[in-house]
Design a protein around this ligand. Sequence first.
Ligand code: NAP
Length: 338
Amino acid sequence: MSTHVPERATEIRLASRPSGWPVEENFAIAEAPVERPGPGQILVRNEIMSVDPYMRGRMNAGASYVPPFPVGETLTGAAAGEVVVSEAPGFEPGQKVVHSLGWREYAVVDAAAATAVSTTDAPLAAYLGVLGGTGFSAYVGLFEHADFRPRDTVFVSGAAGAVGSLVGQMAKLRGAPRVVGSAGSAEKVRYLVDTLGFDAAFNYRDGPVAEQLAAAAPDGIDVYFDNVGGDHLEAAIGALNVGGRIAACGAIGQYNATEPPPGPHNMFLMVTKRLRLQGFIVSDSAELRPDFVREVGAWLRDGRIRDLQTTVDGLRNAPSAFLGMLRGENIGKMLVTV
Ligand code: NAP
């Protein structure tokens, strides 16, 4: 198969580090020569890419669990596309792959860092959503780190987002009698209850989280899947029943903060109610991947789980898609078609 490969292509670079909320000017749209793959490499024409909250942390200078994005260099992140040139055994032109060199039209990828995927089993976008790191985060957070049991009442924040919308659905699929979600708009709240099968949901902007959670889960909660931190975490600690468990997945409520956010004021309840809080990073759980692919793949094939997406068209609009995701403009996974 021969595919035309242009001499130059578009990519998005980090122009400067943000202070507080990032802005479009922190990104630069650039043209660069399309490199040819060397031995053991493939050239991929990216079709779709992911924008994720963790990228906000990588825009800062400080060290975290992943190194910061260097200023002036092309950003990276999960992407999916088609092999157009292969210098690696096992990859032919036309093969769809996922890899981590998004934010560019063409990527030279080491074959060892690319995963071949089948689009007869699922649409390409699913490998960035329900079958990708997003779905895997929901799966390991809920079933491994929160030690979910079928009689647990579950509360998830960021519930209409990529990870949160899957957490709620997975909890119901494994038998949770009651799943409660919080999200940032009335439209999202309706969606959670009417379309995704949440038992209750509330808009955290409508009033104190603790009060709204108490009303939505009058018998308390057993598991809290934390995507937000702050007042959500404090409310969950207050609502958890004895022996309750928290999976600390993220704290998006503070990613753009310029001052240290206040901690929960009710930490002694961790002692009196024998609670457990477990932070996790999804990439540490590779051994659970076969179970995840088997179980969630079957749910997807059977139409029992919905892979929600909000899609923005055009690589040049990736910065605004990223900023929009931080502001809550997405339902489900925020993706960009390249
Ligand atoms: P997402 O939920 O699809 O998108 C972010 C959402 O956060 C927005 O849609 C917005 O929805 C919400 N949000 C923004 N500011 C908020 C605030 N101040 N308070 C409450 N909600 C706010 O993103 P995602 O990819 O699924 O990630 C969700 C969380 O999981 C993030 O904290 C992320 O860092 C974390 N994560 C962790 C891992 C891991 O390995 N530990 C892996 C993946 C993701 P609203 O309209 O509802 O505000």
